[in-house]
Design a protein around this ligand. Structure first.
Ligand code: ADP
Length: 504
């Protein structure tokens, strides 16, 4: 005590806490003394104190009431134990744990790039002619890759939640297309396990809503993935209902119900905690983070995620989320002209293959560059109509490439530049500042590409390319798909299906 406050015992006697401690510490001393007197019971707390030489230490304080032989209370006895070292270890442990999550999240980010190649190429392959066995293998490859990607997304979000960096990014979502994607993937998974999948949609679902589609997909995918994982017989039903709120807002209610092993009542809340898995060795495959991350994502979006289940009788997870309804977007004018000459700056071979396949399918020609230097050499005035620039490159960043090109040719001498990035959450102004018009997220999707290309090249002001007049006929039938389908199943089956459709 003498060392701590810098006074001798005889000097201390008779002083009040405020005479020896700083006001803050003195208040705490008084408060805890009073607490012991009021309850006549001990109390324990931690307190940082400062020595006269300025160094501070953390004490675990224990105060107990002090009685004489006849049980009369005489006062309070206080003990302090220096736990600074222990505190420091604890902080180091927490720090190490955070760093570990960050490390795993960084790796996941890296792994996602090659994985995007697998997802993208297997999707393209699915549209080609395959025999039944090949199709089944390919579906498994595709579903596995998507599942793996989802686990990575969970880990990356986990790290963001840990560091309070989670940002919800609401975008325009095409709800029917969103649900049909979810359905086809879930169906592939269910079929592989011999389970049924019922998809039950409210008839009045809006077409366009505003929400963080990526996160919503991630959560629903976790729920349907679990439903299939924990079900051996029967199957999974996904229902989507609509609860009107205001003219512009409505609540979407997703129910994912399975006929699986169910969850004991005592575990119902635990499953939403990190790394928790119901103790059942037979089914313990997974990470235990899916539901924890899902619930935090849903809550960050202002929604709720709950569960109803009975052991042995299946589970039903319910996600409710309020979203904004959007009007139909302006009808897209004619899609990009079919003969754009595109420079694709991208160092990962798989990504080049995927992007080239997609772009060529849309009728463009692609020249790949695998590093910044190569791109700088290839770009000559008038040679390309569009530059697609990856941001992370072996020799420099896509931003540096853009800066150097701007310096060399000026805005006038350059075609539009669009960033390709796996990290879309970045502020868009960052891209604009480097002279880029837009950014497209990876993996590239046909829709995103079409959107950006038509924004860039289908406007009348565009002086880079003549815009051909919009075609009169509106495409009702997806002829590409129909042709593939007819090739696959034969003309008769197709005609039969059309007849059946007519009858119905
Ligand atoms: P993981 O599925 O990777 O183990 P989750 O966080 O997604 O991690 O789920 C945590 C636990 O909750 C699972 O391990 C399982 O015990 C239980 N659980 C989740 N969904 C279901 C379900 N549909 N049926 C039965 N148990 C489930």
């Amino acid at each position: 005590m003498e060392a701590l406050v810098g006074l001798k015992e005889r000097q201390l006697i008779g002083l009040r806490p405020e005479d020896v401690y700083s006001p803050e510490i003195a208040a705490r001393v008084e408060e805890t003394d009073q607490q012991v007197f009021a309850r006549n019971a001990p109390c324990t707390y931690e307190q940082w104190m400062v020595y006269p030489d300025g160094h501070s230490a953390c004490f675990e304080m224990r105060k107990v009431p002090f009685f004489d032989a006849r049980g009369k209370r005489l006062g309070v006895l206080g003990f302090g134990r220096d736990v600074t070292e222990r505190q420091r270890h604890q902080q180091q442990l927490e720090q190490a744990s955070r760093e570990k999550t960050t490390f795993i999240s960084t790796i996941s980010h890296e792994l996602r790039t090659p994985l995007n190649g697998i997802v993208g190429l297997s999707r393209i392959l699915q549209e080609t002619r395959l025999d039944a066995e090949q199709r089944q293998y390919l579906n498994t490859i595709h579903v596995s890759a998507v599942t793996l990607g989802n686990i990575f997304n969970d880990i990356i979000d986990l790290d963001k939640i840990d560091r309070h960096r989670l940002q919800i990014a609401p975008v325009r979502v095409d709800l029917p297309a969103f649900l049909s994607d979810l359905e086809s993937l879930t169906r592939l998974m269910a079929e592989q396990k011999g389970l049924y999948l019922h998809f039950d949609l409210d008839g009045d679902l809006p077409h366009w809503v505003q929400t963080d589609g990526t996160r919503l997909r991630q959560v629903l995918w976790n729920l349907t993935g679990n439903a299939i994982k924990f079900t051996e017989h029967g199957g999974v039903t996904l229902r989507v209902y609509l609860i009107p709120e205001t003219p512009r807002q409505l609540t979407l209610r997703f129910e994912v119900e399975d006929t699986g092993i169910g969850i004991p009542a005592s575990e119902l809340e635990n499953i939403f905690t990190m790394y928790y898995q119901v103790n059942d060795k037979k089914h313990a495959v997974g990470t235990g983070i899916g539901l924890a991350v899902s619930r935090q994502l849903v809550e960050a979006m202002g929604g709720t995620l709950t569960v109803d289940s009975e052991e042995g009788h299946g589970s039903c997870f319910v996600l409710e989320l309020t979203v904004e309804c959007l009007d139909e977007p302006e009808p897209e004018s004619n899609h990009a002209t079919p003969d754009l000459r595109i420079l694709l700056l991208e160092d990962v071979e798989l990504n080049i293959t995927v992007a080239t396949a997609l772009l060529e399918k849309l009728g463009h020609s692609v020249t790949p560059a695998r590093c910044g230097a190569e791109a700088l050499e290839l770009v000559k005035p008038g040679r390309f109509d569009l530059l697609l620039l990856d941001i992370q490159l072996p020799d420099m960043t896509g931003f540096e490439v853009a800066d150097q090109l701007l310096e060399r040719h000026g805005t006038e001498g350059l075609p539009p530049m669009v960033a390709l990035t796996a990290n879309l959450i970045r502020d868009k102004s960052e891209y604009l500042a480097h002279g880029m018009t837009d950014a497209i997220g990876k993996p590239l999707s046909v829709d995103n590409l079409k959107r950006v290309l038509s924004q860039l090249f289908a406007t009348p002001e565009s002086n880079q390319l003549a815009v051909s007049p919009p075609e009169e006929s509106v495409e009702v039938l997806d002829m590409g798909f129909l042709t593939d389908y007819a090739d696959m199943v034969g003309k008769e089956v197709l005609v039969g299906a059309v007849k059946l459709f007519e009858q119905m």
